[in-house]
Design a protein around this ligand. Sequence first.
Ligand code: HEM
Length: 552
Amino acid sequence: MGGQMFEVGSKLGSLRQVTLSLDGLWMLVDKDKMLATAFLVGFLAWAAMILGKFILEGIQRRNLPPGPWAWPIVGSLFSLGPLPYKTLRVLAKKHGELMYLRLGSIQSVVVSSASMAKEVVTNHDLQFAYRPTKLFGKLLFNSKDIVHASNGPAWRHLRMICTSQFFTKKRLASYEATRTFEIHTLMKDILRKSSSEDCVVNLPFQLRNTSTNFISQMVFNKRLFVEGEESNVEDAKRYQKILKIHFSSYAIFVVSDYIPCLRFITKLQGIRGKFQQIADKIHKKMDEIIDINGHERRRIDANHKQDADRKKDFVDLLLETTSHDGKGTLDHETVRGVVMDMLFAGAETQSSTLEWAMAFLIRNPGVMKQVQAELDGVVGTERVVQESDLEKLPYLEAVVKEVMRVKPGAPIGINHESREPRQVAGHYLPAKTRLIFNIHAIHRDPSVYDRPDEFDPTRFLSPGKGNVPTGQELFQLMPYGAGRRICPGMPLAIVNIPHVLAHLVHSFDWSLPAGQDHRELDMTEKFDGVTSPRLHPLHLIPHPRKPAFLYK
Ligand code: HEM
């Protein structure tokens, strides 16, 4: 019985066990079910979200600005030609003032009118104050300079240093004697050439030297180009070489800059390694030229007698400045990057603008005569031009404006980029859209300018009358860009360009080398990615006018 009882008991026990284990199983099954259900719901919600996003993006994409048909993968990358701003102007006539463009897999919009530039800068400037990253720029500057840095505390800090310490009215005024010295040196050189047998002046070469010297003296207290001084010839040669390498490297097309998923091609080509070598070479040579370490030694060595009276240059100021996070001073890479910005962005733009100005004056002898007549009237012929004369020369000012309208120093500016999606002028622009201001097209906006392709300085003499700029020129004439990214060097260029031009035409008459007719002067340009200098350097023969003999 006991045994039976045990048997029954054990049976009951095992039954309970079975029941218990079944309960557990059910519980397990329930848990799994719950998990499975939760997973399914989660998955469906996620899928719905993705689908919703996809559909929404699809709808929004339909609201992209109009633009040209684009090839698969490469988009419009190879349809823009060697002068992209000209092609884009033609395309904008068909597709509109805000035009969508796919370059590889990069989404871009192109602004082609003054009113659209105003809309974008006024309402979306902050969102588009970022910069896209390109391989060579990244290796050369590590995005620590001003041009390549994206909108952020470090970039804002550098801009603030530029505006509050470097390009201030007071500091610019303190360099007036330096600028005057450079211009007089240029004029004396031209005068010397005019009496030599080979009296043809290679104008862009001379102007590039002068523009570089303006900047190099302000930035690191050195004249990069000194005629006949052996000690400087090496620096100058090194610098010329750097410039050449720098611009030719930017001109190399890098697949991964436009189609990131084809990064392996860039790898296979070994471009990264080559670029790194070039960047290292440029860094080394720039370090020798700028001599940041020498500046640093002088800064630390307060008793450095030799330099006690030396005026602080921009590198001195940068080395003294606290970094944006307040953790120390600016590092070597940042200082070098900013100096390279000033030289590369500042010298070429100024010299090519001046070269174009002279080309337009040669092609338009009537305009040349009028500029000279104005100068003779205001300055006379018994002295040379001074900076203080500039404000009394409205015709000269109009000529400079018209030259910069027709041949802006950087016809397509420098690309901006957004971080977030944005509605602009009723159109949807996805995150990371590149923004291109086609300054070339904006300056030929037919709703602002009559006969936009003609060179006519008088359009700037009677603002407000008829179909001419109204004096509200900010977006109608924007060779320096606009908004937060506007060129910080503008205050310097605004003085330098008319000043040099005034000296050139007040002190000399100019003619083309024998056999060339001014009416046939070739005005073709080339585009190096940022600036658009003349394809054929301008060579001219100087004929001294009376003031030319007054340079001491
Ligand atoms: C004819 C003379 C010049 C022209 C036409 C010119 C034009 C421009 C343009 C269009 C930009 C791009 C603006 C943008 O991103 O929207 C720019 C940026 C810049 N320019 Fe100039 N520039 C000139 C002279 C100078 C000079 C003399 C310097 C310095 C010495 C300079 C330094 C810079 C720098 C550092 C930037 C980058 C600004 C930033 O990214 O925040 N430029 N310039």
